[in-house]
Design a protein around this ligand. Structure first.
Ligand code: ADP
Ligand code: MG
Length: 510
């Protein structure tokens, strides 16, 4: 093989001492579509940002077109032939399509802007991608897909030799994705290299030549697309050896499986475009795991049950009653609690005290004529601080000063004091250090043993394998497996995740 167009070797990058990339590598040939995949936080975006000069690397080398490079900014990278299209389209909505394509490098004639020429060239450029439109109209009048195309046309018009697309398909519908893939093939035919970041594995097989898998800041696998099946890709992403499943120590002990009455039963859920046919059941005393890859629809299902995003179709039964929670207050009234995956954005109120954060959910109950019953509040706070062993200097300490593990315990306590029947935990131990993690896991088990029904979303297979009494696996918005604890091994869950969607594979080609 000739020298690759792009060669990134042994790239290191730290953020405040935390390693985001360690010795990561990536090689892409001219005229090749390279998939870059990995779980959330694997380092994909950081690797791209190091390449384009958005971040400085701490170590390693980058060669492009046979020359060592060291771009100081994405702007410089663009002039050097590397164009990036980010998930968020960074164009100017009220300017015309043509203006957006030529933004910052407008053609001039006798010192005046040469609109005729720019409009003509913009139209030509878009026609290459089978897009016909009036380029003089403002960008905001067009669909997201068209705006995406304009961003790509702009990227290509820089005479890019490498085009990087970071999750470009997340907001596109099926037909628009097909058009985007044609554009990618068109680029390939012209000798342009493409790096395609996506979490939809089905898409990779339709358009990519090779795939690079990242995990924990490292490149763990590179393969021809045709030589790797979905199951092996998933195993590489999750860091699990298919044959030898290592026993990871979690805080979960053997499950009791003393399942009681039904607390949740949801069936035939359809929610937007992400969830097409989901089913899940939870009984008292049970931890039910909801497994699936990023984008499989886990969080959407949880939010629907909680009334945050009501489903378009399907039935939800809470404690035996068929209900349609339209807003979280409805679900809370029925005994549902929900700890979101993003503690910082959706959970803690950073500048409030531990006491205030803990009692946020029961404040209406503690308040009479606008006055909080402080003695009762204090008693409740003290009880849950002790019960969950929350470590804080005092109940008046600001929650943002607590460790991640203790913040999570306060959020658990916030729901527990509402006396819920069902607690939904979305990635309950993400970003929590090892010791505190085990403590929270055994706490969840304890709560279930005391009769709580728990629905737990986790991207960590061992958390699901060891912690859950029953596991539902979601793939592409559908429940594809319902496994009892005894059958819920890591390979079984991964095999279910790799479930082929017949509708999606029908269009597969190279
Ligand atoms: P991916 O794109 O694969 O989801 P990222 O490259 O965004 O992963 O993140 C890799 C790791 O680096 C994560 O642990 C993330 O939290 C961390 N990280 C990324 N950007 C920053 C930043 N600007 N500051 C601190 N940490 C960061
Ligand atoms: Mg990213």
């Amino acid at each position: 093989m000739t020298a690759p167009l792009l060669g990134m070797r042994d790239i290191d990058k730290r953020f405040q001492g935390v390693k985001a990339l360690s010795s990561a590598s990536l090689e892409v040939a001219a005229g090749e579509i390279m998939a870059l995949v990995g779980q959330n936080g694997a380092g994909k975006s950081t690797l791209i940002k190091v390449l384009t000069g958005a971040y400085r690397r701490d170590g390693g080398s980058i060669a492009f077109g046979g020359e060592p490079i060291d771009f100081a900014s994405p702007h410089e990278a663009q002039r050097g032939g590397i164009s990036t299209i980010y998930q968020e389209i960074n164009l100017v909505p009220f300017r015309s399509v043509a203006e957006n394509i030529f933004l910052g490098r407008e053609h001039r004639r006798y010192g005046l802007l040469d609109w005729r020429r720019m409009n003509h060239q913009a139209a030509e450029l878009l026609r290459r991608f089978a897009v016909e439109l009036d380029v003089r109209r403002p960008l905001m009048g067009f669909s997201t897909a068209i705006q995406q195309m304009v961003a790509i046309a702009r990227a290509v018009s820089f005479k890019a030799r490498l085009v990087i697309m970071d999750e470009p398909t997340s907001s596109l519908d099926e037909r628009e994705v097909a058009v985007l893939f044609d554009v990618m093939r068109q680029l390939r035919a012209e000798g342009v290299a493409v790096i395609f970041i996506t979490h939809r594995l089905d898409e990779l097989y339709q358009v990519c030549d090779r795939v690079t898998v990242m995990r924990d800041g490292r490149t763990v696998m590179t393969s021809l697309m045709a030589e790797v099946d979905k199951l092996h890709l998933i195993a590489a992403m999750l860091g699990r050896d298919l044959e030898t499943v290592r026993a990871h120590a979690t805080g979960f002990s053997a499950t009791s499986a003393k399942a009681g009455e039904e607390v949740l039963s949801a069936e035939g859920l359809r929610i937007g475009r992400k969830v097409r046919d989901a089913r899940v059941e939870v009984r008292t005393g049970q931890i039910v795991g909801l497994a699936g890859l990023l984008g499989s629809g886990r969080t959407e299902v949880a939010r629907a049950v909680f009334g945050a995003d009501p489903p378009d179709a399907g039935t939800i039964r809470l404690t035996g009653k068929e209900v349609t929670p339209r807003e979280p207050a409805d679900a809370i009234a029925l005994g549902v609690g929900y700890c979101s995956e993003d503690r910082k954005a959706d959970g803690i109120v950073p500048d409030m005290s531990v006491r205030e954060n803990l009692t946020l959910g029961i404040l209406p109950r503690l308040t009479q004529m606008g006055v909080v019953d402080e003695a009762r509040q204090r008693a409740i706070v003290d009880r849950f601080m002790a019960r969950l062993a929350i470590k804080a200097a005092s109940v008046e300490q600001k929650i943002r000063e607590l460790s991640g593990g203790n913040q999570q315990k306060v959020l658990l306590a916030r729901w527990l004091c509402t006396d819920p029947k069902l607690l939904i935990l979305d990635e309950p131990t993400r970003g929590i250090d090892v010791g505190a993690k085990a403590e929270i896991q055994s706490l969840i088990r304890e709560l279930a043993d005391q009769g709580l029904g728990v629905l737990m979303i986790s991207s960590e297979l061992e958390e699901i394998v060891e912690g859950a009494d029953r596991v539902f696996v979601l793939s592409d918005g559908r429940t594809v497996a319902d496994l009892p604890h005894t059958a819920a091994s890591a390979p079984a869950i991964m095999a279910a995740m790799a479930h082929e969607d017949p509708a999606a594979t029908g269009t597969a080609n190279g």
